[in-house]
Design a protein around this ligand. Structure first.
Ligand code: OGA
Ligand code: NI
Length: 350
């Protein structure tokens, strides 16, 4: 009995606490199928670097940049955004408050703990099933929009600038996202609002602050298991020093390189649906590091849950028949789809 109790209480611990005195992570974190491939030996993803200031400009280079956007999203589903208009000094502030939050004493952080049956707040991997392998990761997960979905009791007030910085970051990314959605439509020869129309009046913005503590057995434990994002579009501020993100392309894992101050942008499942599978929502994962901790900030843009998401008519023809069924509230149903198919998206194939 005692063993069960201590096993249960060790699971409630943050990964940060587990990482302090352990040479062997608890069984629940060990991958049964192994990880496959030593990260240090994997090749780097040849990830396009796009100049966002060109995408919607009237300069002659814009056309070329739109072609590169189309190539990026229809091949690996990723690009690194530069000239995105967010100052380096502001990005540093975002990284700084993230670090300050995660280095607060554990008791202070626990003031913002998520409830057991909720995802909003500070905590470790949400457990959906008994035999789930857990991720070596603590996160602070916050619903930012719509405003009535904010759970202010789990929004840190320490550091004092945290809330303001998060809202500023959101506003800047919203701007980028709107321009990117227009550019995506143009890159496919569509009217620029083709995707924004489906995006709806009251879209969802979610943020996830990730802490990946060092792990003594990196070959056995993942920091984030392989997944596709349930969003329409994801923006990631990578750690500026420590690598960890990997993307799957043609059945091969690639490391996503760090470009300091670039924003890593990836297609989420809902853009794959809207583009009838032309743009790919990449499968990705995060590996653990034996020595160094890693911190990232991910912001997810997701259509209004009442809006119907479906392949844009102009992208369906005899050569490219309709690939996905329409869906309402994909994000809300993500884990339900998970139960049906290997990948939630598979559940929506025609
Ligand atoms: C995510 C994610 C990657 C990273 O939060 O969905 O894939 O490097 N994060 O933190
Ligand atoms: Ni992800």
């Amino acid at each position: 009995m005692a063993a069960v109790v201590s096993a249960a209480s060790s699971l409630a611990k943050s990964v940060q606490e587990l990482a302090i005195n352990t040479s062997a992570p608890p069984e629940k974190y060990i991958r049964k199928e192994g990880i496959g491939g030593s990260p240090s030996e994997l090749p780097y993803l040849d990830i396009p670097v796009l100049d966002l200031s060109l995408l919607n400009s009237s300069s002659p280079e814009a056309e070329e940049e739109l072609k590169r956007l189309r190539f990026a999203f229809s091949s690996c589903g990723y690009f690194q955004a530069i000239n995105h208009g967010i100052d380096t000094s502001f990005l540093d502030e975002v990284h700084d408050v993230t670090r300050e939050f995660f280095t607060l004493p554990i008791e202070e952080k626990k003031k913002y703990s998520r409830d057991a049956d909720d995802i909003d707040g500070y905590g470790n991997d949400t457990v959906y099933s008994e035999n789930q392998t857990l991720d070596w990761n603590d996160r602070l997960y916050l619903n930012i929009k719509p405003e009535n979905k904010r759970k202010m009791k789990v929004w840190p007030e320490n550091p004092t600038t945290f809330r303001k910085i998060l809202l500023d970051l959101t506003a800047k990314l919203e701007n980028i996202n709107e321009n990117l959605f227009k550019a995506m439509a143009k890159s496919l020869g569509l009217e620029e609002n083709s995707f924004l129309k489906q995006y709806g009046e009251d879209p969802i913005v979610l943020s996830r602050f990730n802490l990946y503590p060092p792990c003594p057995t990196p070959d056995l434990v993942l920091a984030a298991k392989a997944h596709g994002d349930a969003s329409a579009m994801t923006y990631l501020l990578q750690d500026k020093q420590v690598e960890g993100l990997q993307a799957l392309k043609d059945d091969q894992w690639y490391k996503v390189p760090i470009i300091p101050n670039a924003i890593v942008v990836n297609v989420g499942d809902q853009v794959e649906i809207m583009t009838n599978g032309i743009f790919k929502s990449p499968i990705h994962r995060v590996v653990t590091n034996p020595e160094r901790e890693r911190m990232t900030i991910a912001v997810f843009f997701t259509p209004d849950p009442t809006s119907e998401i479906k392949p844009v008519d102009e992208l369906i023809d005899e050569k490219n028949p309709k690939f996905y069924k329409s869906v309402i509230d994909y994000t809300g149903n993500y884990f339900k789809f998970f139960q049906l198919g290997k990948r939630p998206l598979d559940a929506l194939k025609v």
